[in-house]
Design a protein around this ligand. Structure first.
Ligand code: IVH
Length: 690
């Protein structure tokens, strides 16, 4: 037993139990963070942690610095104090092209006097913050930022809260002194989630994952850092020279060193690859560039490192960068540009969206000259003025965004953006219902912009897919007044089309033929094509198979609409409102008059079944099927199978030898079905009888 003055002695068994729990927790940390393959549920993990916490509370002497319960410590006074680096933290030279990279390879081989291909480790260059972690006898002592490379800032208290940073290293051959370097970053998905919850709480959001990671590490209160989804990924280490160091044989290559780190419980990047020669390096670049948007983390380049550590040593470093490594840059996803104007676009449902016209800028691999500003709230949040320098961002396929303005560069003649009171296209009043961020033109189909968008949507690929009726043609048709509503499309003639720009005899007659061919749409496409607010493809399909005909859908009340899978009160209200609107009824009537015949859809078994939404209890033995089969059949028809009979039960299915449930059902006057009545009900799944 051990004891300290004033504390109860710690029984050996308790000591052993605490140690076993710690090892268990650390093992699970390793599987979760490093192997990416958790062995237990989060709940079970929390239970282990709670057990350890309870023990430590009872016997405070059990608490050690490296206990998994001690990740979030008290406010630390060492936070942000100077942290000198024993080995300087270098940066990397950049390569901007294949040629730059070939030059690098040539220089390396020349210096080493080698003819053949070099072995390189290729690594994603994570876009986060460099950190240095010091471990003594396997226990984390200090975490620091890079700073100027010679002196950084102590961020131990904050880094300790990151789950993937081991407080104690695992395994047998942990060196007595170890410095690990790596990147702290925020995974893309976690960044999105964090921003959503910050926004919901009315707090300031972060512009990108890197800023989110930096902001989270810069917290004075480690508790806040602990709540942020940060990750560590290690990319290098220095093992202090020591006679007892058994690892020297293993650490001949960078790649093997990464393997050692992994074994000690440190997270490394699984996308690192070892290749021979510079051509393979270029292939790696192509490959990773293509995968960039699918990676769970943001990268701003690729790092190539000479794999052999002895060769690294021979190559050495110049000023601030090593000669044995280089970073190949990927196209920037954020660049600066200037706002030339802010224009307001009117969408299909009248929504008015401000759009920034920008000085063309190359970002995320394409030239961008517009960025959406979403709504006036966003303009106010950014404090955006026409003339401002702005940071724009385009990651993956997403629409370019303005992430912030560079306030210090605002020119004297910058203009504030004024929200339009009238629709910029038709002059109708702009409505903005209380509490909504979106402003809308009240012009409906009288607004040419809404008309154009409605027609464009109707003809689009996922809707009626009318060939030859692209954006430009639709614009011309609406501008020339040839088409007002979508019903008008069906009255177009070749003679009317011919005078239009770039419309020859053949294209005009092809277009008329294509419109003609769209006269018998399947119901779900037709519903989608109508352009009802909040009704996308999936909802249109669900509505079509639930109601079977447009007439049934048009007659449905909000309550009935909400019985459709995934249709909630908002969608139901929009659908109802759409069909109640006289001009929409007119359009649908006009379409029918023009010979458009939307086809009835196969109603889903579920929608058709008298069992849909009913609560059913099964009891006794059925001869035609097992209990499980009966349950499955019921559920397929939308019934809910429950265990016990109550006043809310709709049916009791009673097989042979039904007992107390039957008595209860009789008492509560729940309808009782014997096997043949049940089978009959199952067979009524479809009104048409098949
Ligand atoms: S090696 C001497 N490897 O890039 C070698 N750096 O400009 C120095 N970085 O501040 C770093 N991923 O934060 C290396 N796989 C990787 C990296 C990486 C990201 C960052 C690092 C450093 C900067 C170098």
């Amino acid at each position: 037993m051990t004891s300290a003055p004033g504390n109860p002695p710690v029984p050996d068994a308790v000591q052993a139990k605490a140690e076993a729990l710690r090892q268990d927790i650390e093992r699970h940390n390793f599987h979760y963070y490093v192997q990416d393959d958790p062995l237990i549920s989060d709940q079970d993990y929390d239970r282990l942690l709670q057990q350890l916490q309870d023990l430590e509370q009872q016997y405070p002497e059990l608490v050690t610095l490296d206990s998994p319960t001690q990740r979030v410590g008290p406010l630390a006074d060492t936070l942000f104090t100077d942290a000198p680096h024993a080995v300087p933290m270098l940066s990397l030279d950049n390569a901007f092209s294949d040629d730059d990279l070939r030059d690098f390879d040539r220089r390396v081989r020349e210096r080493l006097g080698l003819e053949g291909p070099m072995e390189y480790a290729c690594e994603p260059k994570l876009d986060g913050l460099a950190v240095s972690l010091l471990y003594s006898n396997g226990v984390l002592q200090r975490a620091a930022t890079r700073g100027d490379g010679t002196v950084g800032e102590d961020i131990t208290a904050n880094v300790r809260t990151i789950g993937s940073v081991p407080l104690r290293l695992r395994g047998q051959q942990v060196p007595p002194e170890l410095e690990v370097r790596g990147e702290v970053y925020m995974p893309k998905a976690a960044f999105e989630t964090l921003n959503r919850s910050l926004a919901a709480a009315g707090e300031k959001t972060f512009v990108n994952p890197r800023n989110a990671a930096a902001g989270s590490l810069r917290q004075k209160n480690p508790r806040i850092t602990a709540s942020r989804p940060l990750q560590l990924c290690c990319y290098s280490a220095t093992i202090a020279d020591s006679d007892s160091n058994e690892n020297s044989a293993l650490e001949k290559s960078h790649y093997k060193l990464l393997g050692l780190l992994k074994g000690w419980g440190l997270r490394i990047n699984e996308d690192v690859e070892l290749v021979q020669g510079i051509d393979a390096c270029l292939d790696y670049y192509q490959q990773l560039h293509q995968r960039r948007d699918q990676l769970p983390y943001e990268i701003d380049g690729i790092v190539y490192k000479v794999n052999d550590l002895a060769q690294q040593q021979r190559l050495g470093a110049v000023s601030r960068a090593p000669r044995w490594a280089i970073a190949r840059k990927l196209p920037a996803q954020e660049v600066t540009s200037r706002v030339l104007a802010v224009e307001f676009q009117v969408g299909r449902t009248g929504a008015i969206t401000p759009v920034a016209r920008l000085e063309p800028a190359f970002v995320g691999g394409v030239t961008v000259s517009n960025a959406t500003l979403h709504n006036m709230d966003e303009i106010r949040r950014l404090d955006l003025h026409v003339g401002d320098q702005v940071m724009i961002r385009r990651a993956g396929d997403v629409i370019p965004q303005v992430v912030k303005i560079l306030a210090e560069h605002r020119p004297a003649d910058a203009q504030a953006v004024i929200a339009p009171r009238e629709c910029p296209v038709c002059g109708s009043a702009v409505d903005q219902p209380e509490g909504e961020v979106v402003a809308r033109c009240s012009g409906g189909i009288y607004c040419p912009a809404q008309r154009r968008e409605a027609n464009r949507h109707y003809a689009s690929r996922k809707a009626l897919d009318i060939e030859g009726l692209g954006d430009k043609v639709v614009q011309l048709l609406v501008d020339q007044g040839l088409v007002k509503t979508i019903a008008g499309l069906y009255h177009l003639t070749v003679a009317e089309l011919l005078p239009l720009e770039r419309m020859a005899e053949k294209s005009a007659s092809n277009l008329v033929a294509a419109i003609d061919a769209s006269r018998q749409p399947v119901l779900h496409r037709f519903i989608y094509a109508l352009g009802i607010r909040e009704v996308g493809e999936a909802t249109a399909k669900a509505l079509a198979s639930h109601f079977g005909t447009l007439e049934a859908l048009m007659a449905a009340g909000e309550e009935q609409l909400q019985q459709v899978e995934d249709v909630g009160p908002i969608v139901a209200a929009h659908v109802r409102q759409f069909f109640r609107e006289p001009h929409n009824q007119e359009i649908i009537h006009g379409l029918a008059q023009a010979g458009v015949q939307w086809q009835a859809a196969q109603r889903s078994a579920r929608a058709e079944s008298p069992l849909n939404g009913k609560k059913v209890v099964l009891t006794g033995t059925l001869s035609a099927m097992t209990r499980d089969e009966a349950k499955e059949a019921l559920e397929a028809l939308g019934a809910k199978v429950v265990g016990s009979v109550s006043a809310k039960t709709d049916y009791l299915v009673a097989g042979e030898a039904a007992g107390s449930k039957r008595d209860k059902a009789e008492k509560l006057q729940v309808e009782i079905l014997d096997e043949s009545a049940f089978l009959h009900l199952l067979s009524q799944r479809d009104g048409s009888g098949d």
